[in-house]
Design a protein around this ligand. Structure first.
Ligand SMILES: [Zn+2]
Ligand SMILES: [Zn+2]
Length: 242
């Protein structure tokens, strides 16, 4: 077993899953700031399935509800309402509870009905996660593969929790909303940490506005635009190209 290799690959995989989440689930499907070509969308669906097990329409619905009811009792994961540590550590459980309440998906993700690939594969979270763990074990040997899987899962869950917990608690608030900008958090979350900017302009594909705000998600979007796999529908024009 090579524990350092396992840790490194686990962290990199979590970063890639965070990148796929911010570009495809968040900026693409949820806010329609960009459209992703099917040649890129399908591999992204497969990758998010085996690395997170999340259903796109559930993620989209919970996040749209978060924007519709930010930091009120109806917000699925407000640290102001539920407490910082509950959101930081139990973010996935909070998502799941709201996603399966029988109302949220019907109300907020009507534009994303399940297709045959969802029914056959992508709705089966444990099958996807099992495939992901099996691939890691085949590539790196079962012990290192399990280290990869555990490090990936913990890192991804902590990053997602931090976007919702830290991103509504610590940092600056240049715009008039309760979300915050954190430059270190932005580095760890591929731009998602510029959360105050995002709440101010949710349909912008770019979260960075000022010099020094690093949005790797936006850089990735620009790269995908250059190879014609993504089309931008909207982004803030009145900003510095950070
Ligand atoms: Zn938020
Ligand atoms: Zn959003």
């Amino acid at each position: 077993m090579n524990i350092w290799l396992g840790i490194a690959v686990g962290v990199v995989t979590a970063q890639l899953a965070t990148l796929a989440t911010t570009v495809y689930f968040h900026r693409g499907l949820t806010h329609r700031a960009l459209t992703v070509h099917p040649a890129a969308a399908f591999p992204l669906r497969v990758f998010l399935w085996i690395s997170t097990g999340m259903r796109a329409r559930e993620w989209v619905a919970v996040h749209r509800k978060h924007h519709a009811a930010s930091d009120t009792p109806a917000d699925p994961h407000s640290p102001i309402v539920l407490g910082f540590w509950r959101v930081q550590l139990a973010n996935a459980a909070l998502y799941r509870r709201v996603a399966r309440d029988g109302e949220t998906v019907d109300k907020y993700a009507r534009d994303l009905p399940p297709d045959r690939f969802d029914r056959w594969f992508f709705d089966r979270a444990f099958l996807g996660l099992g495939v992901g763990i099996a691939i890691a074990c085949l590539v790196f040997g079962w012990k290192t593969g399990l280290v990869v899987s555990v490090v990936h899962a913990v890192t991804y869950l902590m990053i997602s929790g931090a976007i919702n917990a830290v991103g509504h608690t610590y940092g600056s608030r240049p715009h008039d909303n309760l979300a915050t900008n954190g430059r270190v958090l932005a580095l760890l979350t591929l731009g998602e940490g510029l959360h105050n900017n995002h709440h101010n302009a949710p349909t912008s594909a770019r979260f960075s506005e000022r010099f020094g705000e690093i949005d790797f998600g936006w850089w990735t979007v620009r790269l995908l635009v250059a190879v014609r796999l993504v089309k931008i529908r909207q982004f803030s024009r009145d900003t510095v190209n950070a």
